[in-house]
Design a protein around this ligand. Structure first.
Ligand SMILES: NC(=O)c1ccc[n+]([C@@H]2O[C@H](COP(=O)([O-])OP(=O)(O)OC[C@H]3O[C@@H](n4cnc5c(N)ncnc54)[C@H](OP(=O)(O)O)[C@@H]3O)[C@@H](O)[C@H]2O)c1
Length: 273
């Protein structure tokens, strides 16, 4: 099938749709003719995002959902199905970043990041799978990270959540293939989004810069949707991120990661960040 028609009239939910990758994926889905339920935790931000895409207003719906709350996730998915009659794609994209020396992380930090990055995905899958089983079709796209396939020093909390997402999604990919339900795991490297500037509550610190070499978020959305339409399992964005670290790690020659950890430790000890 021509890729441009793959998403035509498909019912899609995108969490974290007001910002960054979720916004770009929503826009790209709309361009490809999908009906998009844009979900976010902050009503004003979600309304603004939908307003920016008002040229597609007939294809847009909005949902206010805090993905750390199981009841809100379940209600959003069930309400969508009640209204639209089905659910073709669920993009469990919402997430937060967290970089810190492990010893500085509090148990509250652990709880917030696991609730936001891991339980959110479990809640979404828990509600969507029975619906998709009944339909005999559907595709769940969970956002992990390159830090969900390669260890990243000073991101141990984040890595724990993202390795969890990768393992969970890959397992389900095999488990449900014969039932017509597809699973993809998105593993972005550095993508130019506000995540670098935000704390876990979504407060933005404009003094923090997005890395200069971060990859385009719009190109990210195109790569994601192209590869999801090919039912690819693990989708790394861009396709060859930091292959040096990856190759060294796989071969057990991980001196490069020790060096990275050493320079980050020095920076934390000198500058506190
Ligand atoms: N950008 C990267 O380099 C990169 C790399 C690897 C993986 N990722 C992953 O990609 C996904 C999207 O991140 P992004 O870079 O696009 O960051 P972003 O621009 O900050 O977008 C994250 C989205 O998730 C939402 N969100 C956070 N906590 C939520 C909650 N409790 N309930 C509902 N929504 C919540 C945010 O809402 P607010 O706007 O209200 O905060 C925002 O809409 C995340 O899972 C992230 O871990 C990103």
């Amino acid at each position: 099938m021509d890729n441009s028609e793959y998403y035509q009239n498909k019912i899609c939910i995108v969490t974290g749709a007001n910002s960054g990758i979720g916004y770009a994926v929503s826009e790209e889905l709309l361009k490809r003719g999908a009906i998009v339920y844009m979900a976010g935790r902050n009503p004003e931000k979600v309304a603004n995002a939908a307003k920016q895409l008002s040229s597609y207003k007939d294809q847009i719906h909005t949902l206010i959902v805090d993905v750390t709350d199981q009841h809100q996730v379940q209600k959003a998915i069930e309400d969508t199905v009640a209204e639209a009659g089905r659910l073709d794609f669920l993009f469990n994209n919402a997430g937060v970043g967290f970089k810190s020396p492990y010893e500085k992380a509090t148990l509250k930090d652990w709880k917030t990041i696991i609730d936001t990055n891991l339980w959110s995905v479990i809640y979404g899958v828990h509600t969507a799978v029975p619906i998709m089983l009944k339909q005999g079709s559907g595709h769940i796209v969970n956002t992990s990270s390159v830090s969900g396939i390669i260890p990243t020093p000073f991101s141990s909390l984040y890595s724990l959540t993202k390795f969890g997402v990768t393992g969970f999604t890959e397992s389900l990919k095999y488990e449900y293939a014969e039932k017509g339900i597809y699973f993809s795991t998105i593993c972005p490297s550095n993508i130019a989004t506000p995540i670098f500037k935000k704390d876990m509550s979504g407060n933005v610190n404009d003094e923090v810069k997005i890395p200069d070499d971060a990859y385009s978020v719009d190109k990210t959305a195109v790569l994601i949707l192209d590869q999801v339409s090919q039912q690819k399992g693990i989708i790394v964005i861009p396709e060859e991120p930091n292959t040096h670290n990856w190759n060294c790690y796989i071969k057990g020659e991980d001196e490069v990661l020790f060096q990275l950890a050493h320079s980050l430790r020095a920076s934390y000890e000198k500058e506190g960040n």
